[in-house]
Design a protein around this ligand. Structure first.
Ligand code: C2G
Length: 151
């Protein structure tokens, strides 16, 4: 049984996450994912839209994923690799070189990210749509006011 181990926040689960998990599963027989807790995300300077329970449930529901566990600290990776008997530790290449120190325990792999999609981009798009909606409503309210003034 060749176990592959990876970590992530997986907020607003998108095609970039799916592509990564599919490619990671293809590297072995079993894919295990450490999903970042809220507390750990604040250490990473990240604020999520979806709570940990939802993000973990969505990742677990992905057919490429066999097991998930909470990621609480940077330091837990060595213990996780030993516990899960992971043969491969893998991340997207935005982390390239950051975890090479684990290569005494298992193979360390970085895969190319999926271009033009990220949780941050989705958040920005939603807030732009929100702003657009607000200005539409403002325009409509001003129009109503103008009509009222003519009455
Ligand atoms: N990813 C990707 N393509 C994208 C977006 C993300 O391949 N377009 C990959 C990232 O490279 C990462 C994984 O999806 O390997 C999860 O990304 P995030 O949820 O942003 O995870 P992050 O907050 O970077 O957490 O200890 C490591 C951290 O927990 C990683």
């Amino acid at each position: 049984m060749k176990t592959v181990l990876t970590y992530g926040t997986f907020d607003l689960f998108h095609i970039g996450h799916v592509n990564l998990l599919r490619r990671l599963k293809a590297l072995g027989d079993r894919l295990v994912v450490g999903v970042s807790s809220e507390e750990f995300n604040s250490i990473k300077g990240k604020k999520t839209v979806m709570p940990f329970e939802h993000r973990a449930a969505v990742v677990k529901a992905c057919r490429y994923v066999d097991a998930v566990f909470p990621e609480l600290t940077w330091e837990q990776k060595r213990e996780d690799i030993k516990r899960e008997k992971a043969r491969i530790f893998a991340m997207g290449d935005d982390w390239i070189g950051k975890f090479d120190d684990l290569s005494d325990l298992c193979e360390v792999v970085y895969l190319p990210r999926t271009q033009d999609v990220s949780t941050t981009e989705i958040k920005n798009l939603v807030s732009a749509l929100h702003q657009e909606r607000i200005s539409e409503l403002k325009g409509a309210a001003e129009q109503v006011l103008r009509i009222i003034k003519t009455l």
